[in-house]
Design a protein around this ligand. Structure first.
Ligand SMILES: *Cc1c(COP(=O)(O)O)cnc(C)c1O
Length: 381
C-alpha cells in the first residue's frame, strides 16, 4: 500500500476486502477470544484475542497510514494508550509534560510520580527557558499536547521534539484534538503519537478507545509486547465501531471546523465575552504557528464570558453541558470542575485555567442554531 493516498481514501477504502467467507464490503467483526491451531507446533497468526485481533489490526492499519506510522496498538481508552507509553520507560524515568496537559494525563503521571515510579516535571511548553531547564537533567520521555486543552495554546512540535531528542528523550504527542487530518506529529519529529479514539476519530460519543502509534517498527513491537502483557488492548467490537466512525471523519471534521471558525469569530465580537481561545483567530497568540503546523484550526474553542458563567450555561438549550469532545453533538464544559478536576486548584492556576473558563466542542448541528443558542446564553448574563 502506498503512503500517498489521501485521508478520505484511506478511511473509505480501509479493508473492504477482508471477508474471506462471504466477501462482505464492511469488514466483519471477529469477537472470538481464541483461534484454532492447525497443529500444536505452528502458532497461527491469530491465536488469542488479548494478544492479537483482526479488528484491532484493521483499525491500527488505517490509523498508521493516516499518521505515517509503521504501526500501532489499539487500546481500551486514551488513558491506557498514555499508560502504554509510560510502560516503555525504565523505573525512575524522567517525564517532561505540559503543565496544562489533559487532566487525566496529569493525574496518571502525577500518580505514578507520587508512588516513586517516575519523576515528572510539568512545564509551560511555550516558555523556552523553562523547557530548557526541564531538559537540563536529561529526560526519558517528553509529552507534547497541542493545541492544549482547554486553552488551545500551540506548541511548536518540531522545535520541542528536536531539543527533546538532543536530551535523549522519546517524544510523544497527544494528537486527539486535531486528528491526523489536521496535524502529523511523526513528520515533525515525534516518535509516538497518541489518540483518545473516544473523541473525533469515533465521533459518535458511544464508546471508549485509544491508540498509540510509532514511526519505528521496533518500537511498535515493544508497544505490542507491553500492551499484551498489561492487557491494555481494545475490544474487537469497539475497534470495528471506531473504524466505522473513522470513515466519515474527513466530512465531519470539515463541517465541525467550518462551524468552529464561524462561532469563534462571532463570540470574539460579542461585548459580553471576555476572551476567546481558538487557533484560527488572528488574535490568538498561537495563530501564526498553527497556520504553519496544522492544516486547519480544529473544532475546539474556549471562552471566558463577562459575569456569571453559571447563568450563561443555564440559558443554553441546544448545547449540552458535558465533558468529552469531538462527537456529533456540540458540548460545553467548565474544565475547572469537570475535565480538569484531577488537577489541584494551584496547578490549574499555574496552567492558566481560570475557574470560569468554558470549553466548547463544536459538533454537527447547523451553525445558525448554535450561534442562536450561544446568543441566548450571553443574553442571560
Ligand atoms: C479524552 C482525552 C484523553 C483521554 O482519553 P480517554 O479515551 O477518555 O481515556 C487524553 N487526551 C486528550 C486530549 C483527550 O481529550
Amino acid at each position: 500500500m502506498t503512503t500517498t493516498r489521501k485521508p478520505a481514501t484511506i478511511v473509505a477504502a480501509a479493508r473492504t476486502d477482508r471477508d474471506p467467507a462471504f466477501a462482505s464490503v464492511a469488514p466483519p467483526i471477529w469477537p472470538s477470544d481464541t483461534y484454532r491451531w492447525d497443529d500444536a507446533d505452528t502458532k497461527p497468526s491469530y491465536d488469542y484475542s488479548r494478544t492479537v485481533s483482526p479488528n484491532r489490526d484493521l483499525l491500527a492499519e488505517a490509523l498508521a497510514e493516516l499518521e505515517g506510522a509503521a504501526g500501532g496498538v489499539i487500546t481500551g481508552s486514551g488513558q491506557s494508550a498514555c499508560l502504554l507509553a509510560l510502560l516503555l520507560l525504565p523505573a525512575g524515568a524522567h517525564v517532561v509534560a505540559p503543565h496544562d496537559c489533559y487532566g487525566g494525563t496529569y493525574r496518571l503521571i502525577k500518580g505514578l510520580e507520587d508512588q516513586g515510579k517516575l519523576r515528572a516535571t510539568f512545564v509551560d511548553m511555550l516558555d523556552d527557558q523553562a523547557y530548557a531547564s526541564a531538559l537540563e537533567p536529561g529526560a526519558d520521555l517528553v509529552w507534547i499536547e497541542t493545541p492544549s486543552n482547554p486553552l488551545l495554546r500551540v506548541t511548536d512540535i518540531a522545535r520541542r521534539a528536536a531539543a527533546a531528542k538532543q536530551a535523549g528523550a522519546l517524544v510523544a504527542a497527544d494528537n486527539t484534538l486535531l486528528t491526523p487530518l489536521r496535524q502529523k506529529p511523526l513528520a515533525l519529529g515525534c516518535d509516538l503519537v497518541m489518540h483518545s479514539t473516544t473523541k473525533a476519530l469515533n465521533g459518535h460519543s458511544d464508546l471508549f478507545g485509544g491508540a498509540l502509534l510509532a514511526e519505528d517498527a521496533a518500537l511498535v513491537e515493544k508497544m505490542q509486547w507491553w500492551s499484551n502483557a498489561a492487557g491494555l488492548n481494545g475490544s474487537a467490537f469497539d475497534s470495528s465501531q471506531i473504524l466505522r466512525g473513522l470513515r466519515t471523519l474527513p466530512l465531519r471534521l470539515d463541517q465541525q471546523e467550518k462551524s468552529g471558525v464561524r462561532i469563534a469569530g462571532w463570540l470574539a465580537e460579542q461585548p459580553q465575552v471576555h476572551n476567546v481561545n481558538f487557533p484560527g483567530l488572528a488574535t490568538h497568540p498561537g495563530a501564526e504557528l498553527a497556520a504553519r503546523q496544522q492544516s486547519g484550526p480544529g473544532f475546539m474553542i474556549s471562552v471566558r464570558v463577562k459575569g456569571d458563567a453559571a447563568r450563561f450555561l443555564g440559558a443554553l438549550e441546544l448545547i449540552t453541558l458535558a465533558s468529552s469532545l469531538g462527537g456529533f453533538a456540540t458540548l460545553i464544559c467548565k474544565p475547572a470542575t469537570m475535565t480538569h478536576r484531577g488537577m489541584p486548584p494551584e496547578a490549574q492556576a499555574e496552567a492558566g485555567i481560570h475557574p470560569d473558563l468554558l470549553r466548547i466542542s463544536v459538533g454537527l448541528e447547523d451553525s445558525d442554531d448554535l450561534v442562536a443558542d450561544l446568543a441566548k446564553g450571553l443574553a442571560a448574563l
